[in-house]
Design a protein around this ligand. Structure first.
Ligand SMILES: [Ca+2]
Ligand SMILES: [Ca+2]
Ligand SMILES: [Ca+2]
Length: 361
């Protein structure tokens, strides 16, 4: 039991024998007044100390002491244990295979958030960071510049801020807007808008093999150079979950940011990727920098995940990278400029078509 005496309490008399004796005297006097065999614990502050009555529950004692008019507060002294390891089922290791799927989460759990081990050297040990108290009660805003968001995901409830969609109308290879205006890539029938919903970026085998389609060779070829379709990646939602999924809620997965992060979804990629100009506009808006004709972002981000040009490249196998390089060179020859694998524009190049191709393994 933790008790704080009011400043004018008569029990706060100082003792010539020292603070410890004063606390003992105070506990004895308080116990005598309420008719309980009270003992003193250690002091927490000048007017605050621990007291206890053997055989009596903290709740009952708190109720009894709170009625005393010279007691500022009396609260149970409870044992706390570290809560760093969340209770989300997908975080735990050791799923049990059954005929249809896994129950109890994946066999490896979310290994990448746990302390490194002999079998998971690259894990980030988020557990140790979760034990460190937050510097501020205000959540950190992290922008996710990606394929948009599935805001209906239950593990993202309460974690999303109002984002924006910077995927514009379909363009020609020189970057000009197609005439007539179409939105086959955006799939939401309009250009930039306030709804960053992920409309899906799946491409059919027919589309990636149709030389008249704007989705021609938008998927990565296999080792034989054949192009096949891909299902939608829902990548923005996946990344948003890793960054900020509701955590310790007993459902789904845990996130790096736990309850300290809010995700700002910024849609810059759609079917067959996105354009640098729109990605840059999305980055500026996410950071709180004005973008013409777009309402100001009231929640500027302090961190950002930017999918194209970084993660994709890191994920590329050498074989895929070669294919992507060759494809980019062929493409760049057609429009008269060179492009390095690093993905940046060389000095003097015009920022024309630089649609970031997907290169996931
Ligand atoms: Ca749109
Ligand atoms: Ca939209
Ligand atoms: Ca969760």
């Amino acid at each position: 039991m933790i008790v704080k005496f009011k400043a004018d309490s008569a029990l706060l008399r100082k003792s010539a024998a020292g603070a410890d004796q004063a606390q003992r005297d105070r506990a004895l006097a308080l116990g005598a007044r309420v008719g309980l065999p009270m003992r003193a614990g250690f002091g927490i502050g000048e007017r605050t100390q621990v007291v206890f009555v053997p055989g009596m529950s903290s709740e009952a004692l708190a109720q009894r002491l709170a009625a005393e008019k010279d007691i500022e507060y009396a609260v149970p002294d409870r044992r706390k244990s570290r809560a760093a390891v969340p209770n989300d089922p997908l975080y735990a290791s050791g799923g049990t295979p059954n005929a249809n799927n896994f129950t109890g989460g994946p066999v490896v759990g979310q290994w990448y958030l746990k302390p490194p081990s002999a079998s998971a050297l690259a894990s980030i040990n988020a557990q140790s960071a979760w034990d460190v108290p937050a510097a501020s009660a205000a959540p950190v805003v992290v922008a996710v510049l990606d394929t948009g968001i599935r805001a209906d995901h239950p593990d993202l409830a309460g974690k999303l801020l109002p984002g924006y969609d910077f995927v514009g109308p379909d363009r020609n290879d020189d970057g000009s807007v197609r005439v007539p205006n179409t939105f086959l890539s955006a799939k939401d029938t309009n250009g930039w808008d306030a709804d960053p919903s992920d409309e899906g970026d799946g491409i059919t085998t027919a589309e990636t093999n149709d030389s008249t389609s704007i989705f021609y060779h938008c998927t990565a070829p296999d080792d034989q150079g054949n192009y096949t379709g891909e299902f939608s990646s829902w990548h923005g939602t996946q990344v948003s979950g890793i960054i900020g999924a509701a955590t310790n809620n007993g459902a789904g997965m845990a996130s790096v940011g736990r309850e300290r992060v809010r995700v700002l979804p910024v849609r810059v990629l759609a079917k067959c990727g996105g354009w640098d100009s729109e990605i840059v506009a999305g980055m500026k808006w996410a950071a709180g920098i004005a973008v013409p004709a777009v309402p100001a972002n009231p929640n500027p981000a302090r961190g950002a995940e930017h999918e194209p040009g970084r993660l994709r490249q890191l994920q590329c196998t050498l074989s895929r990278r070669d294919h992507a390089d060759q494809r980019a060179r062929r493409h760049d020859r057609r429009i008269g400029r060179q492009r390095s694998w690093a993905g940046g524009l060389r000095a003097g190049q015009l920022p024309g078509r630089d649609r970031r191709r997907r290169c996931a393994p």
